[in-house]
Design a protein. Sequence first.
Length: 69
Amino acid sequence: MQDDALVNHAFHCPYCDTALTFVIDTSQGSHDTWEDCHQCCAPIQLQVIISPITGELESVLTGRDDDVL
């Protein structure tokens, strides 16, 4: 993992609306992951989309644990 592959991504918790920032490692490619909210501890689903051509972060979809992303 290289430092230039790390990207800060800011969003709001889908449960309690707390502002959050997570570090995304773009070297992992597109993937799904779960992170817990730092405020309410609820599991947040993140769908990370990385460009297969440039390797840059294209988008991050967030949702509740039971949402279908």
